[in-house]
Ligand binder design. Structure first.
Ligand SMILES: [Zn+2]
Length: 325
């Protein structure tokens, strides 16, 4: 049936000049349209595809449900088309250029840990300053992401070691830290201290949440105090810095860990490179604020590839806490 659609198109093109259009432009328009349609149908097949629609109703029931939403995705860095399965098997790393796609907090926990049990899920952000439009923004994000706030917390097992985990969400105003995010992370550390658990935290944040003004800045002190108490109890905290870890989060709990791991190529810093360039009016060196640069400068202990993340975390946890489990 796709053949039928294709052979019909040139006939339409031939009739174009008769309607007063230039012959060349007619062919050109027709060609572009056909190629684009073919491309779309091949790579982005959806159940409601015209080619699989009413023309052949007998074929439809067998295909329904079997066709994934997207067979292929476009890499946001190199722009190449990659099969969704291939991307998934590669943990969201582009097999063509090695670009790390951002991961949702639950996908990241699922990648690294087993038996996850969520904690503090009901903690929600409030519009304490009556910031215009913030309530609507929070409501829309909750609807879109299915999450209450910009961090998911709980307990899980990594390499058989029970630990407390938190993982930040880029979809929630780029993992910015407002009252609820700070509160959930603080409670996670307090829970871990109380239960004698190590903490593994996946940091991802654009910084403080502007909409909450000074309240968001207070979270830096609050989370830091909880990290300090956890540390005083002799417990291990591993921070995994992912792309991007900046602002108030990098200036507090993300950099206060016993072991700081960074995901390959992640942007890590306080102010972003663009702000720094504008302030000092100088071009920054290549790779500035990337994970590898930060390791050279002593801010990160080790750079880890995503596919090795689980194993690396398991090794460290077993080494430090294995005997207790
Ligand atoms: Zn790529």
């Amino acid at each position: 049936m796709p053949r039928a659609a294709r052979s019909a198109a040139p006939q339409v093109r031939v009739s174009l000049p008769e309607r007063g259009k230039s012959f060349l432009s007619g062919i050109f328009e027709g060609d572009i349209k056909l190629k684009f349609e073919d491309f779309k149908k091949f790579f982005f097949r959806k159940p409601k595809n015209a080619l699989e629609g009413s023309e052949d109703p007998a074929a439809k029931p067998a295909q329904e449900g079997a066709i994934p939403e997207k067979l292929a995705v476009k890499c946001e860095k190199c722009g190449q088309i990659v099969l969704s399965d291939e991307m998934e098997e590669n943990f969201g790393v582009c097999p063509k250029c090695g670009h790390y796609k951002k991961m949702t907090p639950r996908a990241r926990i699922a990648m690294c840990a087993e038996n996850f049990e969520e904690l503090f899920a009901d903690e929600v952000g409030k519009n304490v300053l009556d910031f215009p439009g913030y309530d609507e923004k929070l409501a829309a994000l909750r609807e879109k992401t299915g999450e209450n706030e910009g961090v998911v917390c709980g307990t899980a097992e990594i390499g058989g070691v029970r630990c407390a985990v938190f993982s930040m969400d880029y979809r929630f105003i780029m993992g910015s830290m407002g009252h609820a995010v700070g509160e959930k992370i603080t409670k996670t550390f307090e829970y871990a201290t109380e239960h004698g658990l190590p903490v593994v935290g996946f940091a991802l944040s654009g910084g403080a949440r502007m909409h909450e003004g000074i309240i968001s800045l207070m979270q830096m002190a609050k989370t830091s105090a909880a990290v300090a108490k956890h540390s005083e109890a002799g417990l291990l905290y591993i921070s995994v810095l992912t792309d991007p870890t900046t602002g108030g989060v990098s200036a507090s709990f993300a950099f206060e860990a016993d072991i700081i791991m960074a995901e390959k190529g992640a942007l890590i810093g306080f102010a972003g490179p663009r702000v720094i360039e504008q302030t000092i009016r100088q071009k920054l060196p290549e790779g500035f604020q990337r994970a590898e640069f930060q390791q050279q400068k002593g801010f990160a202990d080790l750079i880890v590839e995503r596919k090795e993340m689980k194993e690396k975390l398991a090794q460290l946890l077993q080494l430090h806490c294995g005997e207790a489990n």
